[in-house]
Design a protein around this ligand. Structure first.
Ligand SMILES: *[C@@H]1O[C@H](CO)[C@@H](O)[C@H](O)[C@H]1NC(C)=O
Ligand SMILES: *[C@@H]1O[C@H](CO)[C@@H](O)[C@H](O)[C@H]1NC(C)=O
Ligand SMILES: *[C@@H]1O[C@H](CO)[C@@H](O)[C@H](O)[C@H]1NC(C)=O
Ligand SMILES: *[C@@H]1O[C@H](CO)[C@@H](O)[C@H](O)[C@H]1NC(C)=O
Ligand SMILES: *[C@@H]1O[C@H](CO)[C@@H](O)[C@H](O)[C@H]1NC(C)=O
Length: 655
């Protein structure tokens, strides 16, 4: 026993010296930004970037890492990589994600960045094109780049004065990264990661995420235990190996952020001293080998005395074993995963197609396989599918369609990314778009029957009602029109094109407004065109227009005495004033001849007219629309053309 105690004492003395040594070494690390980026006229050198001096031994370049939190519109690796100018494939591996998968908002993503010493500070150059007039150097640095850059660095790197910024200008964005100092390298640090702090974070939590000690994090940023760290500016995390996917602790939700700041909580009494021991282990290179030896000894010694002593320094949390990473070279080729029009089974397991296979399926996107616009027919192992070629970001459409499983919403079976284009592969709708059936008139031998039209209206209402009220989260389609309604082999409608769809709940819980009004003339509701107001009633309006198209066979924007006239306004002339019955007959699609129940047609027109009401509060909600349509549908299915004469009489009596 006495012998053991002497050994312990010796060991403690040894470590005490190492602690002293470690504290000295820490002085060689980077300074903390400490909110200096908030005052854009403060040009303290730290705002330019983390310091470097290659003549005093700092590495001129290195591999470094940044973190970025997924946030709209940067919610896929492809978009984040583009913003941070880094490599998508490397990010996919690091984060264990596919490159197009939509990442839930707030998820921290690790991005690799080549970091270089540019004179006196380190940087990783990205570039950004200003999107709108409201953007400033500060918002680009703080809001868009989440604090990975500073307004000072942006101003120094770009020729424009802060007052000259305009949408469309391309900015060079130097991101804050750093390379390990000689002292860090000699203690085994291979990389520095710029971790973006958000309210509620503290150094010990951050350290835990990466399996390093709090002391090593504090040391790397020249912070003391009682210093405070602030959100929206990075903190350096020294890593001794490549980082892996950040797994946020899910067991206990983080405490509410203390009014914008996150104090660096000093560690509690008992464990604090043992943490210092670990600190030494990280901070000191010269003694690394000695420490390893000592730790081994310590462990051995401890192993025998476990029962009598409190446990030593809490071990870093076990690193999550790196899970299998999406392997792009080994895509599924078995027919089951290629089945496109098969059962609506594995809805959330989208297939990642190989470009070569899409080429094969569409015969190299041959003209004769073109369905319309940039949509092609493809044959995948005997099954037809539609392949849509999209330039730019499709992650939101994928995000939505991946979550939705409704028989009246087009099913996305997979996608492919190739040379900047996205290729979305959908279930194939044999009968093409509704607008072709309604508006290309003479080209078609047959026309849609009354029953088919009502069935189609019901299907669309069902889909939109589902989107508004049952999808999780609820969505607004925003681009409903007859050309976005596809018909399958049985003339069941499938709503497609979710490129503009957005979640019903706005991020701040208030009214959603947009300055970018996009849509198709004739389908856009007045409050959207005039004020950019986005509510589910926008879809109700568009649905009303589609109903009017179904009834009349006319286009959403037509002609009246050489003037353009919206179908949504034209309908008022039909139902107002005298001779409603004659005007209605004239309005209904002549290709239906007289094979429709006039009373039900009148009910449809009335419903459609409510849907296209100018005041959004006068429009019905989708469940109400669906209920009325289901009655019209069941009456229509019972309807026999020979009854028509009697029925239409009863209607005129009803008026
Ligand atoms: C911002 O920094 C400048 C220069 O250091 C200083 O003169 C000014 O007072 C600061 N402004 C604020 C609001 O702190
Ligand atoms: C860089 O380091 C060298 C050598 O240690 C020193 O002479 C020089 O002044 C340093 N440069 C800066 C800008 O600190
Ligand atoms: C970083 O540099 C290496 C070597 O120069 C290069 O292969 C790699 O593509 C670069 N990575 C990025 C994200 O630019
Ligand atoms: C970033 O861009 C600036 C301006 O083009 C250039 O001077 C600097 O060397 C670049 N830095 C890196 C690390 O490439
Ligand atoms: C910086 O960005 C964050 C996150 O977007 C935001 O909450 C914060 O208000 C911004 N800071 C300032 C000073 O605008």
């Amino acid at each position: 026993m006495a012998n053991s105690r002497t050994q312990l004492l010796l060991l403690l003395t040894f470590f005490f010296f190492l602690v002293l040594l470690g504290l000295v070494q820490v002085q060689a690390q980077q300074d903390y930004l400490n909110n200096k980026q908030l005052n854009c006229s403060n040009t303290d050198p730290i705002t330019a970037g983390y310091a470097c001096n290659t003549s005093s031994g700092d590495p001129p370049t290195c591999q470094s890492y940044l973190t970025f939190r997924s946030t709209a519109p940067y919610t896929s690796l492809a978009t984040i990589a583009f913003l941070l100018k880094t490599d998508t494939a490397a990010m996919a591996t690091l984060n264990d994600l596919t490159d197009i998968e939509s990442i839930p908002s707030g998820t921290p993503i690790i991005a690799p960045a080549n970091c270089s010493c540019a004179g006196t500070f380190y940087e990783h150059n990205a570039s950004y094109v200003l999107k709108d007039e409201g953007e400033t150097y500060f918002t680009v640095a703080n809001d868009t780049y989440q604090g990975l850059s500073t307004c000072q660095a942006l101003e120094a790197h770009n020729p424009y004065k802060p007052t000259e910024l305009e949408a469309g200008m391309s900015l060079l964005v130097p991101l804050r990264c750093a390379c390990p100092t000689a002292a860090q390298s000699s203690s085994g640090v291979l990389y520095l990661l710029s971790f973006m702090v958000i309210p509620g974070d503290d150094p010990s939590k951050i350290a835990q995420l990466f399996g390093v000690t709090e002391q090593s994090v504090l040391g790397a940023n020249n912070l003391n235990e009682d210093d405070v760290i602030y959100p929206y500016q990075p903190i350096l995390v020294p890593l001794t190996k490549e980082p892996t996917k950040i797994v946020l602790p899910t067991t206990s939700p983080p405490p509410p952020p203390p009014a914008g700041t996150a104090p660096a909580t000093p560690t509690g009494g008992g464990s604090s001293s043992s943490k210092k021991w670990l600190y030494v282990g990280v901070g000191i290179g010269v003694a690394l080998v000695a420490i390893l030896g000592a730790v081994a000894y310590w462990a051995l010694y401890y192993g025998r005395r476990k029962q009598e002593q409190a446990p030593p320094a809490s071990a870093p949390p076990p690193k999550k074993a790196s899970e299998s990473v999406t392997d792009y070279s080994a895509l599924p080729t078995d027919s089951s995963s290629w089945s496109v029009s098969g059962i609506r089974g594995a809805i959330d397991s989208l297939t990642i197609y190989r470009y070569e296979d899409l080429q094969k399926a569409t015969e190299s996107f041959a003209e004769e396989n073109k369905i319309r616009g940039s949509v092609y027919r493809g044959k995948f192992k005997g099954d037809d599918a539609a392949v849509k070629v999209v330039k730019g970001d499709v992650s939101s459409e994928i995000k939505i369609l991946k979550l939705i499983n409704h028989s009246n919403i087009i099913r996305l079976s997979g996608f492919c990314l190739h040379e900047g284009n996205s290729y979305l592969v959908y279930e194939y709708a044999e009968n093409g778009s509704l607008s072709d059936w309604l508006h290309s008139g003479k080209d078609l031998l047959s026309t849609l029957s009354w029953k088919q039209r009502i069935q189609i209206a019901y299907n669309i209402a069902d889909a939109i009602n589902y989107l508004h009220n049952y999808a999780n989260p609820p969505y607004i389609h925003k681009n409903l029109k007859s050309s976005n309604v596809l018909l399958d082999g049985n003339f069941r409608a499938k709503v497609s094109n979710f490129g503009l769809a957005r979640s019903v709940e706005s991020e701040n819980g208030g009214l959603q407004l947009t300055r970018h009004v996009v849509g198709t003339q004739g389908y856009m509701s007045p409050e959207y065109i005039e004020n950019g107001v986005i509510t589910p009633k926008l879809d109700v309006f568009a649905f009303g227009v589609v109903m009017l198209e179904l009834l009349s066979g006319r286009e959403a924007v037509g002609k009246n005495k050489d003037r353009e006239e919206l179908l949504s306004s034209a309908i008022n002339r039909v139902v107002e004033g005298d001779n409603v019955r004659d005007k209605l007959r004239e309005f209904i699609d002549p290709s239906l001849r007289d094979e429709y129940p006039l009373d039900l047609a009148f009910s449809m027109v009335e419903l459609a007219r409510k849907c296209v009401a100018y005041d959004l509060n006068s429009r019905p909600v989708m469940p109400e629309v669906l209920m009325i349509l289901s009655k019209i549908l069941s009456s229509s299915l019972d309807w026999d053309p020979s009854d028509e004469l009697n029925k239409s009489r009863s209607m005129s009596h009803g008026r």
